[in-house]
Design a protein around this ligand. Structure first.
Ligand SMILES: [Zn+2]
Length: 251
């Protein structure tokens, strides 16, 4: 299990909760002793344009620090996807998050759709044709869903679950649907559904269960290729432990 991380992710680029001081550090504290780290590069504008309109790119560019860090976040997801293709499961410990970024707009602390850029880059390079995105963030990834709405080769799934058990059951049902294999599994890894975060539902150990289910699915249906990308998660006292639990199952 590799962690894709750049020291610039701790920079405070905005006043939103994803950019809060101490958030990335709370995850680093849990991962740095046991996992190997890899440094990504920024994506270029051509790579952004695999997913986003020029108007949207120019809009984000108006805030130069946000733009810089967002390019590096997309680069982190892209690097994680590349490593996954080489048979190395990986986690992009990045911000800003991306799943609320659509082609021509973004909201919810997101600017560019990190996961979508990573998948489209693999598809344009013809390394994969089909991909599946499982989004375990509290919030529906409207950006990711809209970007791939016209792409039947890319499946997007977001479990809702009203209880811990029904959440895991819903994910299990989705993963058990008989179908053709995918080229890769991308996980939009948000942790804001934790019982001590905004969603108030999942326990830390549930993230281990979820990670393990996703690993087994990838081994069965995606040639073991899998990567996860940080989305939400805002309670710094439990965030790092949730990430660690997910990766313990996923790696
Ligand atoms: Zn969220």
């Amino acid at each position: 299990m590799l962690v894709v991380y750049h020291s610039r992710y701790v920079e405070i680029y905005s006043s939103d909760p994803a950019s809060a001081p101490g958030r990335i550090e709370s995850i680093l504290d849990e991962l740095k002793a046991s996992l190997e780290f890899v440094e990504p590069k920024q994506v270029n504008e051509q790579e952004l344009m695999l997913v986003h309109t020029l108007d949207h790119i120019e809009h984000v560019k108006a805030h130069s620090l946000t733009f810089e860090i967002a390019l590096l976040a997309a680069g982190g997801a892209t690097k994680a996807a590349e490593l996954a293709m080489q048979g190395k499961p990986s986690f992009a410990l990045i911000r800003p998050p991306g799943h609320h970024a659509s082609r021509d707009s973004s909201w919810g602390f997101c600017f560019f759709n990190n996961v979508a850029i990573a998948i489209e880059k693999l598809r344009i390079e013809r390394k994969i044709s089909k991909a599946v995105v499982v989004d375990v963030d509290l919030h529906y990834g409207d950006g990711t869903a809209s970007i791939f709405a016209q792409s039947p080769q890319v499946t997007y799934f977001h479990p809702e679950g009203a209880s811990r058990q029904s959440y895991v059951d819903e994910l299990h049902r989705f993963l058990s649907i008989p179908r053709e294999p995918f080229g890769i599994l991308a996980v939009s890894a948000g942790f804001d559904r934790h019982e001590h975060d905004w969603g108030g539902l999942l326990k830390t150990e549930d993230y281990y269960t979820i990670g393990k289910m996703l690993k087994e699915f990838a081994e069965d249906k995606c040639n073991a290729r899998r990567f996860a990308v940080l989305e939400g998660g805002y309670n710094h006292s439990v965030l790092g432990k949730s990430v660690k639990a997910l990766l313990d199952g996923f790696g």
